[in-house]
Design a protein around this ligand. Structure first.
Ligand code: TXA
Ligand code: MG
Length: 347
């Protein structure tokens, strides 16, 4: 398939630049577009055949539901049975990096929701994404624009690597601001449950959802046969080619461990806090930002994991972040990337 590529000029009006892309969406084609979290692989959310193409392009299992992206928060009414809590959340967080799961309306095809009776709704903040949805005149179903199992793409380069030749168009809108996928909250009669952590943190949500439940799968391995609440969480995720080991300890403990392993001459990639990077010698080092800088960690993770794929490293040692605030999201993705391989260095 021929893939068109356009680069957004942020200094000129968006609508003329996005007209072709909107036509492709409304005619049932596939367009990769930027959001503030990660790039999305979009198609009309009201067209079952278009949704099918998404699963094929990504190599994604068809029981894994897609997120439906809308132009403005009120549009949720058209696709979901919206409880009052949605509006309380929308007022504070939308447009923004928060996805809300609610009972679906019939207009949304079953294959968009992986056969479920619920639909995930997201109103992104990124202006290119919003303008594309508006011009397409349909909501846009979009998973992250990576090959299934790989880290989500945070730049157009990542998308080209995974999907060039498999989609009708790629829109380059520069690097994504946040770098990790949206927070997912499920609303139902039993209350609200956090299914995936993101830039909208549990602390932020608790102002509106004081009884927010946290799905255990966010920080713990699912050892049982019980299906996870977000089907996508059961698949191997975010995995680079090399094995990832997470180091839990203070800066000195992490540096000591890394130095003793790098010495063996193995091909080792290191993803570590700046403070640790200043104390180690050797290894293929990528800086994670300061230990206290949660936003930097979120932005660096996926790009770092992908960069190691382009090198000959066979093992990656990564300093673990604390599971609080936005770092809870980074911690969750790191756990999955490592297959839950942790080394505790605390004395
Ligand atoms: O930031 C984001 O959310 C990005 C951008 C493109 O918007 N999208 C994204 O989509 O991360 P995806 O498909 O990679 O992840 C969506 C997750 C999956 O784990 C899926 O199983 C879950 O949301 N999900 C979607 N609809 C659901 C539903 N009705 N019930 C439970 N989980 C659902
Ligand atoms: Mg994904």
């Amino acid at each position: 398939m021929e893939t068109k590529f356009i680069k957004i000029n942020t200094n000129s009006p968006l609508a003329p630049q996005l007209e072709d892309a909107a036509k492709i969406i409304s005619r049932g084609g596939l367009v990769v577009f930027p959001t503030e979290t990660v790039y999305g692989l979009g198609a009309s959310a009201l067209d079952a055949d278009a949704a099918k193409k998404i699963y094929t392009a990504k190599g994604r299992p068809s029981d894994n539901p897609l997120i439906v992206h809308i132009h403005k928060p009120e549009d949720a009414e058209k696709y979901a049975l919206v409880p009052p809590t949605y509006y309380a959340l929308a007022e504070k967080f939308l447009p923004g990096p928060l996805t809300i799961i609610m009972p679906k309306r019939d207009i949304v095809p079953k294959n968009v929701t992986g056969g479920l009776d619920t639909v995930a709704i997201r109103c992104p903040k990124n202006e290119v994404a919003r303008e594309l949805i508006r011009l397409s005149r349909v909501p846009i179903a979009a998973p992250s624009a990576n090959i299934s199992g790989k880290p989500s793409p945070t730049s157009a380069q990542h998308v080209i690597h995974d999907l060039y030749g498999k989609v009708d168009m790629i829109i380059d809108g520069g690097e994504c601001d946040i770098g990790l996928e949206s927070t997912i909250v499920k609303l139902d009669v039993g209350g609200a449950t956090l299914l995936r952590p993101g830039a909208v943190t549990p602390q932020m949500l608790s102002e509106i959802l004081p009884d927010l439940k946290i799905d255990r799968g966010i920080t713990e391995k699912n050892e049982t046969d019980k299906a996870p609440l977000a089907p996508g969480m059961k698949y191997k995720h975010y995995a680079p080619r090399a094995e990832v080991t997470l180091l839990v300890g203070d800066n000195a403990e992490c540096a000591e461990y890394i130095n003793s392993h790098v010495k063996n001459g193995d091909k080792i990639g290191v993803l570590c806090f700046d403070e640790v990077a200043d104390m180690i010698n050797g290894g293929n080092v990528v800086r994670f930002g300061k230990r206290s800088d949660g936003k930097a960690h979120a932005k660096a993770l996926f790009s770092a994991l992908r960069n190691f794929d382009g090198t000959d490293v066979e093992k990656i040692l990564a300093t673990a972040v604390e599971p609080v605030g936005i770092d809870l999201a980074t911690y969750n993705r790191m756990l999955k990337a490592s297959g839950y391989t942790l080394v505790y260095l605390n004395k």
